[in-house]
Design a protein around this ligand. Structure first.
Ligand code: NDP
Ligand code: GDR
Length: 352
């Protein structure tokens, strides 16, 4: 019998990589998508299978993390061996504007699924993965951050995820559910949402190079992150769920780069050397050859409370799961740039 997985957030970056990975492992994959007024399945359209075919491996269901009865019905219908709860309002800055909704979808949403598992009597049969985050560490003093580092969340998003983290631990301890938290540091890819910093930069630099955009307007470019590739990280999620015992694991590369470095590397990819002039909000990124201003600071992208530095120690995942990230930072940036250059070129009609 092939295993059945239910993925919430299947239309997002990680959902798309995880669905493809699980299908390759022979799973029957059920994904939860939201109703929207325009198509929102672009990242998983290549996995679509005609529902009239007899052996369907990939099925999409309508649902929402704020709708308990819908989630209970879905879990009952699918009877999954594994649930990957990836759905979330995942944008940190947006969470300051939609704090209550973020708490509902990201925090209570996790509880709704765990309750569905409990109410339906699936505590011994359905395993649960919670998409926890390095944002939980926020202002943590310890560097690098590991599973034992105390949390200090710095946004409504991170506080909502703190609830989801602990309710996962609690349901594991209270009801014996095989429930694990993956504390994942930032991971990116060509499928990354366009308003997260890496994709905003790779897309923007490609558009500037093709003459479709003037410059980039950025927030805190001295922020430091531990960036990996989403493809590597979804495999780590799966490995956690396959363990005999549930636990919580950090996934990270252990290497850090600033937003500034990310910008420089993207421009270098198109042959532009960037130099920096001025200070604070007056700072500018300038084409070293032509003197043209390519990057400006726009305080609207500053956050009320910022997480300045994150660096993860994934030793536990390496030792217990045999997980290591395969993609280097340089290869990640190059892959994102190649993809955005190709899509901008298509837009300009340069290629078929
Ligand atoms: P995305 O923002 O790309 O995807 C989020 C997914 O959740 C989308 O499918 C979205 O649907 C769905 N979603 C949002 N709100 C709801 C809701 N109310 N009901 C149902 N579905 C909803 O995020 P990522 O793929 O990057 O991240 C996956 C998970 O991992 C998230 O929980 C995120 O917080 C967490 N995480 C991500 C990290 C990263 O670096 N990428 C690091 C650590 C944790 P739609 O497409 O319709 O918007
Ligand atoms: P983050 O990702 O907040 O780490 O959350 P994001 O890419 O949004 O920001 C990273 C850092 O870059 C700084 N920054 C900017 N960010 C954005 N979006 N736009 C800008 O113009 C800009 N300029 C500078 C930010 O201030 C920040 O310091 C991501 C999400 O995927 C979460 O869901 C996930 O939990 C964490 O990663 C781990």
């Amino acid at each position: 019998m092939r295993k059945r997985a239910l993925i919430t957030g299947v239309t997002g970056q990680d959902g798309a990589y995880l669905a493809a990975f699980l299908l390759k492992q022979g799973y029957e994959v059920h994904g939860v998508k939201r109703r929207s007024s325009s198509f929102n399945t672009g990242r998983v359209d290549h996995l679509y299978q005609d529902p009239h075919e007899p052996e369907i491996g990939f099925v999409l269901h309508f649902g929402d993390m704020t709708d308990s009865t819908n989630l209970i019905r879905l879990v009952q219908e699918v009877q999954p061996d594994e649930i990957y709860n990836l759905a979330a309002q995942s944008h940190v800055q947006v969470s300051f504007d939609t704090a209550e909704y973020t708490a509902n979808a990201d925090g209570v949403g996790a509880l709704r699924i765990l309750e569905a598992i409990r109410l339906l009597g699936l505590t011994k049969t359905t395993r649960y993965y919670q998409a926890s985050t390095s944002e939980l560490y926020g202002l943590a003093q310890e560097r690098p951050q590991r599973e034992t580092t105390p949390f200090y969340p710095r946004s409504p998003y991170a506080v909502a995820k703190l609830y989801a983290y602990w309710i996962t631990v609690n349901y594991r301890e209270a009801y014996g559910i095989h429930a694990s938290n993956g504390i994942l540091f930032n991971h990116e890819s060509p499928l990354r949402g366009e308003t997260f910093v890496t994709r905003k930069i790779s897309r923007g630099v490609a558009a500037i190079h093709e003459g479709l955009q003037d410059k980039l307007y950025m927030g805190n470019i001295d922020s430091v992150r531990d960036w990996g590739h989403a493809r590597d990280y979804v495999e780590g999620m799966w490995r956690m769920v396959q363990q005999d015992n549930p636990s919580d694991y950090v996934l990270a590369t252990g290497q850090t780069h600033s937003v500034r470095e990310f910008i420089e590397l993207c421009f270098a990819h198109v042959g532009t050397t960037l130099c920096w002039e001025g200070k604070g909000v007056e700072e500018r990124g300038v084409d070293a050859k032509s003197g043209r201003v390519l990057v400006e600071i726009d305080p609207r992208y500053f956050r009320p409370t910022e997480v300045e530095y994150l660096c993860g120690d994934a030793s536990k995942a390496r030792n217990q799961l045999g997980w290591t990230p395969a993609t280097s930072f340089q290869d990640l940036v190059a892959e994102m740039m190649r993809s955005d250059m190709a899509s901008i070129a298509r837009k300009c009609g340069h290629v078929e």
